[in-house]
Unconditional design. Sequence first.
Length: 196
Amino acid sequence: MVRKKTLVLIVVLFLITGCSKTLTSDPHYNNEQTPKAGQAAFPKLGQYWVIDNEGKFSHETIVWAHKILEKLRTDKIAEVVIICQSGVKDNGPMDDEKIWLIHWARWAKIGDVKDRRGLVWLIRPDVKPEQNRITVEVSSWLTWYTAIDYGPTLEEAGKYANFNNYDGCLESIVRGVDVTLRKLWKDQNLDKEINK
């Protein structure tokens, strides 16, 4: 009888310890990576590749964008996330929106495990237009997608954001990313390389 009670107690303690560990650590996120003090908390990915913490996009536009971004992922071109987030500050070159975006991408483990082709866009509706409302971070594995390639999309999306047309901003980013990444992917015959 004492053995059964001891065994039950051990099993219960094991289950409690195991459950509390799964509640506090999420294997989908790199819990060692955190935002710097004073910066916005990292938002988790939800059902879509678009994170709209500010409620700036219509649901229809988010669903449309998600379908295109999901196709880029399933075609093994890149994992692309677009975040609309207030509270990300420019506190200088080592603690600005770009650093926050780099840390977020590492935290969220954006990109394929094998080659980490990831691309993250940040829209900051709470800053003035001249303070870079739109920021993009390209993983080091996307060497073939440069500022020359994403510059026109960044400029067009910025114009929409500056006039508070956030659906237009999102549509512009998604359309520009999809067209440009697919063209570069084909031009460089990367589809043949990845499927070897």
